[in-house]
Design a protein around this ligand. Structure first.
Ligand code: GLN
Ligand code: ZN
Length: 768
């Protein structure tokens, strides 16, 4: 029996790597200094795993930016525009683009890693793509660990996953056709690593957790048959995670690899499926991913030992490995860092494990699996049982009133009183907005001063009064600016908010926040997801103060601004003791109450942001329907407590929405503002076949860049939109919140936006 960890977090305990890389970008530190920081993080990671008794520790799980980008380098898959660069300059240019002297290259695309909140760099392929091996990183990291007395298993991304995660940058070929050229490079890599003396090589093929067509399945088969012909002592670990092998199970089990890794957290049923499968061969090793690599809950040892017992009925002990479900990249570093965090009380703390604690769980489970009565871990087992029992029964978690409210939800709670056509009439009569109404998405520039004041207030350095005065001043100035600019629906600017989930989580019961629970999101960007540990409720109104203040100082309608239930769920660590749908409904009810309070306070328009709805989609299409049903219902619960004349907006961004546009319309928001401008309104193609029934504001300029769009550009986009969507349903707005922008460009852009809308109005009146 062996313990195995698929990968470890790499940003450093307190984000030392992030800081070092950002200093390096600013030329504050040298390449050598950066390497030293990176090296010490790797060293500490390996030692931690080694000291806690892990048998199979990864190398090459470290990255200065992203593991897929690293794989591009390893395989010599470097887009032409970066070929004149080299070393770290090339590497970071691929990740973030480079503008310097006479160089101006755009970054490679970035997108979500399966259904996680981690983003990878998308490999680019051309028809005549060539590949070549650059194994230096893998070799040097292996040697580095070896010098510490730790023999690691390198981890690489498998060839088919690598190809399928990428994109063709030319027409006329399919990237899978590149497999023939790619496999010899993998062959060289495997030979090189064999010469280095490795025992195991972990090949990640999480693409097996998705729907594959026959060609893609064949690609996997050919790859591993090809590897099997290489004379090598290296044993291959096939790692699939994030979901079942599913319909790929026959394929997977036919592959000539030594070890199959299963994610039993995401897919507990597949253990039996595999053990009882006709082509399962008891000579294979099963690596049981039972410790959750993506959530922060303490493992339930009793439950895990049941899995191991099942495996024992079919397999010799030597053929059972115990590990994490996936790489610990998606877990925060170390719960011990929360020592001074008063919010994570000892009671809550006993329910949690972060990456470092999960190592201990894996080794303890291995010991218990070898000998249930192992004295050395008896107390840990007991403690585990007690903590789990405590969590199941805790009053902190269970709020009967909340449970009752969710249980008594009826269909009427997720429907507005009247259909959209009727609501639209009432809203038009009440709001009297012009055609092509203009608005923004919520936040206005968060200047240094705003951030500093908020942080000083949080640290108790300034009084409540002084803070309120400051926020009031910023808000008032922003309202005045919007009036002067001629915007039709105003927002308060969100100066009191740090993050769109944290701001709400901090005011809801059932949430707790870490101090150092950072998880890499992309490159040097890390997020600190809140932990939803218990039934969610809203003790007090959360946003009414600044919303009603704003409405009180202007004649124009102000839009209340909330984060929706699905997004709050999606960007948190969610409790695993009840279905996600139930937790989502609890959040939905809390938001619903807030929506109603805003309505009572006089806000006739309320926006419920749901940027994350699309990213919650399951990996397999078969599972989409169920997810979309409960998530959309949750949104509707949050939105449906108001009068017909109150206008509900929603906002979405970060994804392509074309394939779920019908589901989006089922959210039945009166208005949706949606990101489209980065793809030149590619979204609008969806409206050729599908008539979106409600009002819609396709974002007319990209707020991710400081560039000011001209009036003509905006008019062009609005013309395009007007050819596909009835003009009286079109709103005019930027494609996302403005918090990352500066004031000068914001003012200039919004001025052009307002002028474009005026232009469109005049044109329409001419037409009529
Ligand atoms: N209301 C939020 C804002 O403007 C929306 C953010 C988002 O869509 N990501 O900042
Ligand atoms: Zn947005």
């Amino acid at each position: 029996m062996k313990s195995i960890i698929l990968g470890y977090p790499r940003v450093g305990e307190k984000r030392a790597l992030k800081k070092a890389i950002e200093h390096f970008w600013k030329n504050n530190i040298s390449k050598n200094e950066l390497s030293n920081v990176a090296k010490s993080i790797r060293e500490k990671n390996w030692k931690t795993q080694h000291d806690l008794g892990i048998d199979l520790i990864s190398s090459n799980d470290f990255s200065l930016y992203d593991q897929v980008l690293d794989m591009c380098i390893t395989l010599g898959c470097i887009p032409e525009r970066f070929k004149n660069l080299n070393g770290l300059e090339q590497y970071f240019a691929m990740a973030r683009g480079l503008q310097k002297d006479n160089i101006d290259v755009t970054a490679m695309e970035m997108t979500k890693w399966f259904d996680t909140n981690y983003h990878y760099i998308v490999p680019e392929f051309v028809k005549n793509q060539s590949f070549s091996l650059n194994p230096e990183k893998i070799i040097s990291e292996f040697n580095e660990a070896k010098a510490l007395g730790i023999k690691t298993k390198p981890v690489i991304i498998g060839p088919v996953t690598f190809l399928l995660l990428g994109k063709e940058k030319e027409d006329g070929f399919n990237r899978l056709q590149l497999l023939d050229k790619l496999l010899p490079v993998y062959e060289n890599l495997i030979k090189t690593l064999t010469d280095l003396g490795i025992d195991y090589l972990q090949i990640d093929e999480p693409i097996l957790a998705t729907d594959l067509n026959p060609d893609e399945q064949l690609g996997i088969k050919l790859s591993y048959e090809f590897f099997n012909k290489i004379t090598t002592n290296t044993k291959l670990i096939l790692a699939n995670y994030f979901d079942c092998y599913g319909e790929n199970i026959n394929l997977a089990l036919s592959l000539p690899v030594a070890v199959f890794h299963l994610d039993l957290v995401r897919c507990p049923s597949q253990l039996n499926d595999i053990l009882s499968h006709e082509s399962f061969n008891a000579n294979k090793i099963l690596s049981l991913g039972i410790v959750d690599g993506r959530n922060i809950w303490k493992n339930d040892f009793e439950q895990s030992l049941k899995f191991i017992d099942t495996a024992k009925q079919f397999l010799k002990k030597d053929h059972i490995w115990i590990g994490t479900s996936c790489s610990l990249l998606h877990s925060p570093y170390d719960l011990d860092l929360e020592e001074a965090n008063k919010k994570i009380t000892p009671n809550i703390k006993q329910w949690l494990t972060f990456a470092k604690q999960k190592l201990k769980e894996v080794t303890t489970l291995k010991k218990l699996a070898l000998n249930k009565n192992d004295e050395s871990v008896a107390h840990i087992f007991k403690e585990n049982q007690q903590a789990n029992k405590n969590r199941r029964e805790s009053k902190l978690i269970h709020n009967p009133i909340v449970k009752q409210r969710v249980a008594s939800l009826t269909n009427a709670d997720s429907s507005r009183k009247s259909p959209f056509s009727k609501r639209q009439q009432l809203q038009r009569a009440a709001l009297k907005l012009p055609l092509y109404p203009t608005t923004t998405i919520g936040s206005f520039p968060q200047t240094k001063e705003v951030r500093l004041t908020r942080s000083n207030y949080k640290k108790g350095k300034i009084s409540q009064d002084a803070y309120d005065t400051f926020i009031q001043k910023e808000t008032e100035a922003t309202i005045r600016f919007q009036e002067e600019a001629g915007l039709d629906v105003l927002v308060h600017g969100e100066f009191e908010r740090n993050d769109m989930v944290e701001y709400f989580g901090e005011q809801l019961e059932g949430f707790v926040f870490t101090q150092f629970g950072w998880v890499q999101s992309y490159g040097t960007r890390c997020v600190k997801p809140p932990i939803i540990f218990g039934d969610v409720s809203r003790p007090n109104p959360m946003t009414v103060k600044w919303a009603s203040y704003s409405q009180s100082i202007t004649e124009k309608p102000v839009k209340g601004m909330l984060t929706g239930p699905v997004t709050i769920l999606q960007w948190s660590f969610v409790r695993n003791d009840q279905p996600r749908a139930t937790t989502c409904n609890q959040i939905a009810l809390a938001i619903r109450d807030e929506v109603c309070d805003l309505e009572h306070a006089g806000l006739a328009i309320i926006q419920i942001d749901e940027p994350a709805i699309r990213e919650g989609l399951p990996l397999r299409k078969n599972d989409w329907k169920r997810y979309l049903e409960w998530s959309i219902k949750a949104f509707r619960i949050s939105a449906s407590g108001v009068k017909d004349s109150t206008q509900i907006h929603t906002h979405m961004c970060y994804s392509e929405f074309n394939d779920i546009i019908e589901n989006i319309s089922a959210m039945d928001a009166d208005v949706i503002t949606i990101e489209t401008s980065r793809s030149e309104m590619e979204l609008l193609n969806a409206f050729v076949d599908f008539k979106y029934p409600n009002e819609i504001g396709p974002g007319v300029y990209d707020i991710h860049s400081p560039r000011v769009p001209s009036k003509k550009e905006i008019v062009d986009l609005l013309e395009k939109a007007s050819s596909l969507i009835p003009y009286h349903n079109i709103w005019v707005n930027p494609d996302c919140g403005l918090k990352t922008r500066d004031w000068p460009e914001t003012k200039a852009a919004l001025k052009n936006l307002v002028h474009s809308a005026q232009h469109m109005r005049e044109r329409v009146t001419e037409l009529v």
